[in-house]
Design a protein around this ligand. Structure first.
Ligand code: GCB
Length: 656
């Protein structure tokens, strides 16, 4: 089986990446594990330096594994779903079914899916998937089995299936997301691993599949790691499991794995000339010079481009006429991408998003973002969000609020969110889970961050609704972190030059009535997110009125502000936990925010109450962060109505 890897990953390593790569190779006598497994002169030579470090240092097991790819647009293909009931077994710490005593992965562990010798003969393996209970995939184990509600560790999943392979076709196992590390076996063969809880991955299983009685076994380890992203401390629930759809994707021998179709970004935007589409289609297994066609019938576009030696076909073509996507008119076009036997039918919106001074311009027009933060929590049923129903409920809340924007905190959410946002005209801030304290000093953590950034951008770059990539949330202001995040922001720009880059900053504390935001990370950003909790973690609600912020001369989004309130808890305007106090905090915040001229968006924390096990005040929190405008059951707090009216009548903030 030949491994493949996404082409748009950093082919030219950034200076820091290059340094890490050299260090990792030196440390291994000049030859990394990865370079040993890469077939010479093949496509895989173009693997990113981030992956080299990732496999070479972080996951030594990669050395024995075929590389994985990341198929873009899987939800636009016809796939064989493996969702449904999977057997599961808990591998209690130290997880002897998965890890050897030294922490490396066992090749003769539960992944082999053998059966115990119960009745006779020598005693052998002590696990059995065939008779194990089942749970639903997608889903988190915490809300499906009460015994696992607080469990963080290794749970194994197994299911059997029949599969009629098409002659000559290639088949990939696609996992929408599994938190946090995954180790995958197919028919007893270890096929791939992945680190990161919120992005998809694929492993090729073509040569291993049989017509009947296939068995896929996946170990998911949700243990928090100091050097993970996020690290050990988080203010959300660490839902473990196969949290998003799992499927088999069958493609022809030469297939489209990645594409980017967007409105050409000119030096200045002009609506008259905004009709050039550009980008690339990448075809794995295509000889140089293979034809790729890109058609947008409704816009009169049909162009043919040829792949280069790496399978990439770049194109640029003028549309006869293009109606641009916006939150007011979320126009999507049917886009057909085809090469040889492969074809993907997409729906893509075209728009221009840029920063001009302190303004954010969408299609040349200054916009003000009226939004909310949201965790990937399922309203009403609670648990990790993964379904059409969950997404419908969340968008119902946003539309009811009159929002035009959502910050998907603090990690990439289910792709359904972006699809729905594209259709409904909600703009998105998309973020990697780089939250507060991270091991910024460690090169391998930087490698993981670039890896996750790549995965996020690759999955969602064709979504018009995504207008901002965020590299982090509330990180400590020191030179090591600033260098790390500045490099990461530049990496994001290199991967996608069409969108502004942001991050949510925190602090500094007020000095008297003055607050000067002088975090040097702002220099690396196009749009500055500012989190602050005046009236809740700091000061009293009315103190906000007196505060004067000095902010960078860039567009500012108030990316978090708010207060906790328990739905149905009523009292005075200064009574903590009362809905009235939450309203009071916001009303004073509005006074303060209205005095900051560069503010271009409101993003209250948070749309809906969400599970966070550190929130331990009985009867008030009960394991939930209660800063929601909605309760987790979808009940509207008074602050919801405040925002609904504020957004409808555009009472706070200006687009320019
Ligand atoms: C923050 C964090 C967010 C927390 C929130 C809170 O600053 O960015 O993840 O949940 O505060 O409620 O404390």
């Amino acid at each position: 089986m030949r491994g493949i890897y996404p082409a748009p990953l950093p082919l030219i390593p950034s200076p820091l990446n290059r340094a890490i790569y050299l260090i990792s190779n030196e440390g291994r006598g000049g030859m990394s594990n990865v370079s040993r497994i890469l077939p010479k002169a093949s496509f895989t030579w173009r693997v990113s330096s981030a992956l080299l470090v990732f496999c070479g240092l972080v996951l030594p097991v990669c050395a024995q594994q075929p590389l994985k790819t990341l198929l873009v647009g899987v939800d636009r293909r016809s796939v064989t779903s493996l969702d449904g009931d999977w057997h599961y077994l808990v591998d209690q710490p130290p997880a002897k079914g998965l890890y050897k005593p030294d922490g490396t992965v066992k090749e003769d562990g539960y992944g082999l899916n053998t059966h115990p010798n119960i009745s006779s003969g020598p005693h052998n393996d002590e696990y059995d998937f065939a008779t194990a209970p089942t749970m639903k995939v997608p889903g988190d184990w915490n809300t499906q089995d009460p015994a696992l509600f607080r469990f963080e560790g290794v749970v194994w999943f197994e299911r059997d299936f029949d599969f009629q392979a098409k002659a000559g076709a290639r088949t990939f196992l696609h996992i929408g997301a599994a938190n946090y590390k995954s180790f995958v076996w197919m028919n007893g063969k270890h096929v791939c691993d992945h680190e990161g809880g919120f992005t998809p991955f694929d492993c090729e299983v073509t040569a291993i599949l049989k017509p009947t009685q296939n068995s896929v076994v996946i170990a998911v380890d949700s243990t928090r790691m100091v050097d993970g992203i996020p690290s050990v401390s988080i203010d959300w629930f660490n839902y473990g499991g196969l949290n998003r759809d799992v499927s088999l994707v069958t493609v022809p021998p030469a297939f489209i794995d990645d594409y980017d179709v967007h409105l050409k970004k000119e030096a200045t935007f002009s609506s008259v000339n905004a009709n050039t589409l550009t980008g690339y289609v990448h075809v794995v297994g295509a000889a140089a010079g293979t034809n790729v066609t890109v058609s947008v019938p409704e816009a009169g576009v049909r162009t043919t481009a040829k792949t280069d030696g790496d399978g990439k076909a770049a194109f640029e073509v003028k549309a006869s006429k293009l109606e641009l996507w916006s939150h007011e008119t979320p126009k999507l076009y049917k886009v057909e991408l085809a090469s040889g036997e492969d074809r993907i039918d997409e729906e893509i919106g075209f728009r221009d998003i840029r920063v001009d001074g302190t303004r954010i311009l969408l299609n040349g027009k200054a916009i003000f973002l009226q939004g909310a933060n949201m965790h990937a929590e399922a309203p009403i049923r609670t648990g990790r969000a993964y379904s059409d129903e969950d997404v419908k409920n969340i968008f119902g809340f946003l539309k009811d609020l009159n929002a035009n924007f959502v910050r998907l905190a603090h990690y990439p959410h289910d792709e359904r969110m972006e699809r729905m946002a594209d259709k409904q005209g909600i703009m998105i801030w998309s973020e990697i889970p780089l939250w507060q304290h991270i091991s910024f000093e460690k090169p391998e953590v930087y490698a993981k961050a670039t890896f996750m950034l790549n995965e996020m951008i690759r999955r969602d770059r064709n979504k018009a609704s995504v207008i901002l990539w965020s590299v982090s949330n509330e990180t400590p202001n020191n030179p090591t972190r600033t260098k790390f995040l500045t490099d990461l922001a530049n990496e994001a720009r290199r991967l996608d030059a069409t969108r502004p880059i942001t991050s949510a900053l925190i602090g500094p504390h007020a000095k008297g009535d003055q607050i000067v935001q002088d975090d040097p990370l702002a220099n690396a950003l196009d749009v500055v997110g500012q989190n602050e909790y005046v009236g809740w973690y700091e000061g009293t609600p009315d103190e906000a009125d007196k505060l004067h912020w000095t902010m960078p001369n860039k567009p500012i989004l108030m990316s978090e502000f708010g207060a906790e309130a328990k739905f149905g808890d009523h009292g005075g305007r200064n009574d903590r936990w009362a809905e009235e106090q939450q309203v009071n905090v916001y009303e004073h915040q509005f006074v303060m925010i209205n005095k900051i001229p560069q503010v271009r968006g409101l993003v209250p924390w948070v749309l809906m109450d969400f599970r966070s096990p550190g929130r331990n005040i009985p009867k008030l929190q009960d394991g939930f962060n209660r800063k929601g405008l909605f309760s987790e059951k979808g009940e509207k707090k008074q602050a919801f109505y405040l925002f609904q009216k504020t957004y409808k009548e555009r009472l706070v903030g200006k687009a320019e």
